[in-house]
Ligand binder design. Sequence first.
Ligand code: C5P
Length: 247
Amino acid sequence: MTAARPTDPRDRLIVALDAPDIGEAERLVAAIGDAARFYKIGMELAYGGGLALTAKLAQAGKRVFVDLKLHDIPNTVERATAQIARLGATFLTVHAYPQTMRAAVAGAKGSGLELLAVSVLTSSDDADLAEAGYAYGVAALVERRARQAVAAGIDGLVCSPAEAAKIRAALGDSLLLVTPGVRPAGTATGDQKRVATPAAAIADGADYLVVGRPITQDPDPRAAAERIVGEIAASVSSPRAAGRGPG
Ligand code: C5P
């Protein structure tokens, strides 16, 4: 891994801009102000014309995580990765299939783009994997894919907070760990099946927390982001006090 691990608590929050169009996304960015420095553009916004916001945010000094979870034949993945690199993105996700990861690494070569592999979606549990035809449960598949990501030269992994602890124990600091499925105490879990509080995720070894609805659906998104940054800062200074579960 060549990517540096973040140290400033504010740099460790990534706000998921899950909005239908650029207008709504820009309203959220303006409302959040300097409370966040890192935004994630996912499929909904990208397919609604929002991928162009990547370059705009990057030029405004924000970092951008393009979460398109690429998976296709190697030639297509390599060329698509190179296009995302040209937009000025900091992170791009690809599914953690060895062939796909190797192609993305080739496409990002020589750029500042860092690649994250998606291990197992945090909305999936063992029953969902069995239904999809996998012989592995979540824990075993996540660990297998984490090792394959290191071998492919991937910078980091997207995983649930609970998996972060196991991956840190198994692989040390060889990967950046980025965890969605984060819910401050008292907020709705929605469709996420494996969630943790920001403090628990940090204590489990997460480098970056991806938080969407608890910020974007709060009547005061800026205050919600500030609360989470505060929780990250508090857990960094006293990791043993970190709470577990969303309360
Ligand atoms: O609103 P919420 O905080 O649940 O948003 C989580 C974000 O992280 C969403 O944009 C979702 O697509 C993304 N994500 C996830 N689980 C993964 C990878 C990405 O929830 N394994």
